[in-house]
Design a binder for this molecule. Structure first.
Ligand code: DHB
Ligand code: FE
Length: 280
């Protein structure tokens, strides 16, 4: 059967992708950010997933105000990097796993979480920056990826609790797939940030670090945070953190922290990163 071995949580700041693509990772501004991922790159070399279920949000690259799926699963064979201002990143095409994706869609929808099924989608920095952070700059990505998109751009986004419960349904789905696959679930986005309005530039280190604490030891409590608290404490874009709760819900409650990293600043926000390992 397929097994969920670990969860990876990381910010997906687009400027990090640009720093890698433009060869600036050793610049004094960026070096501390990339240092925080050195452990992770060595770890993933030795703990190579067959498939990553990658929870991210589209930033008006693939979707627009014309179509706003709350939860969408990518069932295609392949996904191209999206154009997003700097132009599409020159990173490898993302290869999907349609069989597992369709199995997850069937299992989760019959488990009463209504997903949108996507058979064609470009993927933006929300997905490609975490891939670059974990895998560097290979010719081809070393694993298959099932993109799982969440609306956190246009009100109303899903609640943290809905996301956490969905994670549990994803776990039931993945663990009932009849093939020996090593599956990792990644949650991306965050941490506190606000890109617009009078509070643009907001970073709340206290909130972020308490969030990281509770991701490890008390995710049930995190799942109860209401939208208004994300906006107040973590800024308008801090709502991206509900995507971490999807990945956390897919892991065992007693998953163990292997790596934790937090750094300010990166572009307009903090970089937060965790690796949690399921008990074997
Ligand atoms: C920034 C943009 C994002 O989409 C994000 O998730 C984090 C940071 C930024 O511009 O700093
Ligand atoms: Fe984002």
């Amino acid at each position: 059967m397929a097994r969920i071995t670990s969860g990876v949580f990381t910010s997906h700041v687009p400027a990090i992708g640009a720093a890698m693509d433009l060869g600036k990772t050793a610049d004094p501004y960026w070096q501390p950010v990339f240092n925080g991922y050195e452990f992770s790159r060595r770890w993933i070399e030795n703990n190579r997933p067959d498939v990553v279920l990658l929870v991210f949000n589209d930033h008006a690259s693939a979707f627009s105000l014309e179509m706003i799926p709350t939860f969408a699963i990518g069932c295609a064979e392949r996904f191209s990097p999206a154009d997003e201002g700097w132009g599409p990143r020159k990173v490898p095409e993302v290869i999907g796993h349609p069989e597992l994706a369709w199995h997850i869609a069937q299992s989760v929808i019959l488990d009463e979480f209504d997903l949108t099924i996507i058979n064609k989608m470009d993927v933006d920095h929300g997905l490609t920056v975490p891939m670059s952070l974990m895998f560097g700059q290979p010719q081809a990505w070393p694993c298959k990826v099932i993109p799982f998109a969440v609306n956190v751009v246009q009100f109303p986004p899903p609640t943290g609790n809905r996301c956490y419960q969905l994670g549990r349904a994803l776990r039931r789905a993945i663990e009932s797939f009849d093939e020996d696959l090593n599956v990792q679930v990644w949650g991306t986005g965050g941490m506190s940030h606000q890109l617009q309005g009078p509070r643009a530039g907001l970073i709340n280190q206290e909130f972020d670090n308490a969030f990281l604490d509770r991701m490890i030891s008390d995710p049930d409590a995190l799942a109860k945070i209401p939208h208004i608290d994300y906006v107040r404490e973590a800024g308008s874009e801090g709502i991206e953190l509900v995507m971490w709760l999807i990945a956390r819900g897919a892991l065992a409650p007693d998953a163990k922290a292997l790596h934790r990293f937090y750094h300010v600043p990166a572009s307009n926000t903090a970089v937060g990163h965790l690796i949690l390992d399921n008990p074997r």
